[in-house]
Design a binder for this molecule. Structure first.
Ligand code: AMP
Length: 426
């Protein structure tokens, strides 16, 4: 029997911990720091260590004799948590610091994509010293301005005119996102339909996970400010078998092979955000070096195979020899967020209705929640993700909204139309 550690405390980590705890070979799942949801799962315990405190995490894994660690968020990966675990002789599923640059530096990634002829928007990278306003002015609008480093999902601006784009770039150089804005990528705006594509990799082999799509805008009709994600579903009909094949051949395979050839092999979850052009070309918008949140929640709800077996196979370089089994039903997750999110929001509101929801079909994953005595209170922008399963995306959605309708707290906000694109396709 083995012990598993999940690093992180959001909805993605609740879903990973919930899935790992179902494995017959797992005795206990530790989550650092976890949330109220993981605190209440059977065979699961929270440990009060923030995800970025790498030294303490290594110590925990050593003293508790953790057999397998799975890293949720990007920050510890970019800080080198996997390298540190490896150096201590511990098994940790995720990319090394060098491989995690794929998310940690958009400037590096744009050069990598160009080197390997992987389709992406035309772009140039500038520093304060090299910034060329005439490059921006000579571009068709809208134009996209991106801080190169990690900016908690806020470092991308789609500017409708050159003056706004220049203002954004200069604010980034001036320190708006700290070190993350020292380099700024300016790129062409791409038309098309956005899709996420998530795989597991073991340095050489690739295991594509079930397809999914998320909704990044806060409000119904895909309007309002960008967020970390207000809902997601799996499978995603936009990823037809033909598009699936093109993303694998033109994006994922050259990326994994290219990283290996450059001496930085990639092991871990790899998330490609792609814009499917009208002619079917899968242009890379970004890479994330971790699983998506909220995509993890519906994808884990559909995973039939043992997550820990898949991670172990990846750590041993034998992902080509495992089979992965999926629930044939669709899964759809609706994020419930605190009022005000993605701007300032309140914390500490008591959530009611969780027990009623637990009696319904589906699963409520926690994100920004905290146990206060016997009560569950809000503790973040994205608070919960209610996941339904069904024979179609529409019936999965109906189950998800039955969960949502059972749950209440002051100011809770959520979209009513998660899955509308997939459902609209019929
Ligand atoms: P990123 O973090 O680079 O994925 O950017 C965040 C979001 O901005 C993406 O999910 C897209 O919706 C949008 N975006 C980024 N780059 C582009 C682009 N070149 N063209 C159109 N939309 C983009």
């Amino acid at each position: 029997m083995s012990k598993v550690l999940i690093i992180g405390g959001g909805g993605r980590e609740h879903a990973l911990a919930w899935k790992a705890a179902q494995s017959p070979r797992v005795e206990c799942v530790y989550v650092a720091p976890g949330n109220a949801g993981t605190a209440r799962e059977p065979r699961t315990v929270n440990v009060d260590i923030p995800a970025e405190h790498v030294d303490e995490l290594v110590r925990l894994a050593e003293t508790e004799r953790i057999d397998l660690t799975i890293v949720g968020p990007e920050m510890p990966l970019v800080l080198g948590v996997v390298d540190r675990f490896k150096a201590a002789g511990l098994r940790c599923f995720g990319p090394t610091q060098a491989a995690a640059r794929l998310e940690g530096s958009k400037a590096y990634t744009k050069e990598f994509l160009a080197r390997h002829r992987i389709p992406t928007a035309a772009s140039r990278t500038f520093t304060r010293e090299t910034f060329d306003r005439t490059y921006v002015q000579s571009h068709r609008t809208p134009i996209v301005v991106k801080a190169s480093g990690l900016a908690a999902g806020k470092g991308v601006v789609i500017a409708d005119d050159a003056a706004v784009a220049i203002g954004c770039a200069e604010a980034m150089f001036a320190g708006k996102f700290g070190d993350a804005g020292r380099e700024v990528v300016i790129e062409q705006f791409l038309e098309g339909e956005e899709a996420s594509f998530i795989v597991m990799a073991d340095g050489r082999h690739i295991l594509p996970l079930a397809t999914s799509q998320d909704h990044k805008r806060r409000d119904d009709g895909d309007r309002g400010p960008n967020t970390g994600g207000m809902g997601a579903y799996s499978p995603a009909p936009v990823i037809t078998p033909a598009i699936h094949a093109r993303i694998m051949r033109e994006v994922i395979e050259p990326t994994i092979l290219g990283l290996a050839a450059e001496g930085t092999p990639y092991t871990g979850f790899l998330y490609a955000g792609v814009m499917i052009a009208p002619d079917g070309t899968p242009n890379v918008l970004e890479f994330n070096c971790r699983f998506g949140d909220p995509e993890t929640q519906p994808i884990m709800a559909r995973l039939r195979s043992d997550l820990t077996v898949l991670c172990d196979a990846a750590l041993d370089g034998r992902l080509d020899r495992v089979d992965v089994e999926w629930d044939t039903r669709a899964a759809l997750g609706v994020v419930m967020a605190a009022g005000g999110y993605p701007d300032a929001y309140t914390k500490g509101d008591v959530i009611s209705g969780l027990d009623q929801a637990a009696a319904l079909p589906g699963k409520v994953f926690h994100a920004g929640t905290l146990l206060r005595g016997n009560e569950v209170v809000t503790n973040g922008g994205r608070v919960l993700c209610a996941v339904g399963l069904g024979d179609s995306v529409k019936s999965a959605r109906d189950d998800a909204y039955r969960l949502v309708d059972a749950i209440r707290w002051p100011g809770a906000q959520f979209r009513r139309d998660i899955g509308h694109r997939a459902i609209g396709r019929g």
